[in-house]
Design a protein around this ligand. Structure first.
Ligand SMILES: [Zn+2]
Length: 253
């Protein structure tokens, strides 16, 4: 197991899901104990009493169009391969998200999200705006400290960030970028590869490419951030705070 215990030790004791809740419910309750207070067979229960159903779309595989309708079940269904792994990626672990979940957690407008942000010092000297919800700002500060301590040869992969908080939709879609919620960070654009930039081969596949070293990726994963470089629709400069996918009970190893 690669993930350090410190990520979970810093959080409050989680609520216990009902016996008939899906297995992934405990990962959500453990990751967001101050916001989520229960789970049963049909829904996630927020501490304010709101019930959010696991499924809000007809069952079936997601494609690029139906990603806009992804529900909580989709969000949790694909295990994220934490720690060392072998490329190329299989599927897009973490790329399906319930927008309703993140709007409720972090804020449903630019102003609501911005009201709960602080600036975190980044190793290259920038100060990056990050949400304080669910301890995202503390987690990013810990990533920054861990990255700063890496040997100098790694620093070109994170020293310059292309941004954290921008309220915007993903190009060509109906859904908000995770940067809208001030929980994502792009680093080292110069060394990045992105599936939309890749030239399709004769079969229409876009060949996977990555230059980011595992030392950098794992500094993020240890503090609750998943990496877009582990998606078949790869986005190697992109990291986002998704502790629910890194819980030992939900991460694929
Ligand atoms: Zn990004």
């Amino acid at each position: 197991m690669i993930l350090t215990l410190s990520l979970w030790a810093a959080l409050a004791a989680p609520a216990t899901p009902a016996p008939d809740a899906p297995a992934y419910a405990q990962c959500l309750l453990a990751a967001y104990p101050e916001h989520l207070c229960g789970a049963d067979a049909d829904a996630l229960v927020w501490c304010d009493g709101t019930r959010m159903p696991w499924r809000t779309r007809p069952e079936g595989p997601l494609d690029e169009a139906s990603l806009d309708q992804a529900d909580l079940h989709d969000q949790m269904a694909t295990p994220y391969p934490v720690g060392p792994w072998t490329p190329p990626p299989v599927g897009d672990p973490g790329r399906a998200r319930s927008q309703a979940f993140f709007e409720k957690l972090y804020g449903a407008s630019a102003a609501a999200v911005a009201a709960r942000t602080v600036k975190v010092a980044w190793p290259g000297g920038q100060r990056l705006r990050v949400s304080t919800v669910a301890g995202a700002h503390r987690a990013l500060a810990q990533v920054a400290a861990e990255l700063a301590a890496l040997p100098k040869r790694f620093h070109r992969f994170f020293d310059v960030s292309a941004g954290t908080f921008v309220w915007r939709h993903i190009k060509g879609t109906q859904r908000l970028s995770m940067h809208s919620f001030a929980l994502a960070i792009d680093v080292a654009v110069k060394h990045a590869h992105y599936w939309r930039w890749a030239k399709p081969d004769a079969q229409g596949n876009r060949p996977y490419r990555n230059d980011f070293p595992p030392e950098v990726v794992q500094a993020f994963e240890r503090r609750g951030f998943i990496w877009g470089g582990k998606w078949a629709h790869f986005d190697t400069m992109h990291f986002e705070y998704r502790p629910e996918l890194l819980h030992p009970a939900c991460a694929g190893r």
